[in-house]
Design a protein. Sequence first.
Length: 363
Amino acid sequence: MVRKVATCRLMLGIIAIVAVYADPTEPGFLPGLKLRGGGFAIDPYALAVLSAHLGYSLVVYWVAHREGVSPSRLVTFTTWLDVLFGVLIIVFTEGTSSPFWPFVVFAVIAAGIDGGFRRSIIVTTVSVVSYLSLVLIAWHGDMNMFIMRPVYLATVGYLTAYLGQQRMNLEATVHRLEGVKERNRIARALHDGCVQTLGGINLTLETTRELVRRDARPQALATLAQLQASINHEHDELRAYIRELAEVESEPGKARNEGACTAQFVVNADLSGSVALVEQVLQIVREAVTNVKRHANARSAWVSVRAADSEVLIRIDDDGRGFSNGAQVPWSISSLVNDAAGTVRVPEDHRPGAHLEIVLPVA
């Protein structure tokens, strides 16, 4: 919506210059300014204001089409600049066929679209009061043709504010319904998947306990092996579902190791800090160990944790298959690091295996 409004603003700025240049009517709102007009002529002051609006429109159009720009901040900035340019255009172009009306109405409509009822009413009030103030300042006889324009503006502003608020209410309702639908989908998936699997695990454990009580050790071990395979399968399914919810694609070449992990781990840790910090570090290290166990196919792995100044440095290395993309960080680890306001990177070297360097703030 912000981009559409920016496009309309730009088109309005271009058309207005052409219209004022071709309009044979001279501005007559403030005779003391001695503004000039006529057919295929435009007053220098009016041209400067319209050109400034066109430049402003170009800048906003460019910013609106950039990624990472906050729409709410951009709308707050443009709302009052639209009103300001509307007032300036009234001063320098007002006459029997002034183009000010589309500019002021545009400011009111844009405020209603992006800000709802309250912002649109405020913009309408400011625009009407500004126009009436200019009428009183410029009073020089018959001003009847200027009196009804604020009435039209107030009417349009109220209707726009009402419709804008209805649009925002409808969007909020749609988002709420989408959230309810998504929660129900997740609940069904968990009920049909994890809950059923946990029920099966409970029955299998009950059977295993009975076999152990009967001293049927071979059967109990076979049942436990089946149970472990079932849990591993459900773990993989749940991981894939979580990555789907997070809109993270599964990495090629990261198939789970089918055999038991034989990697030898060396862990060195020297850390002191708050409970929250220690928990964050342990979660990251545990996820790293899980990744090595399930995906790395490594013989050896090293984890180092140490404090340095106001930071905690974590290094994770293994001699396994490495990452499919040298610049790619495992999503499960990067999400934990981001939650801890830290940074993670893959060193640019040619050593075999996977290598990560993580920095966490101590505060």
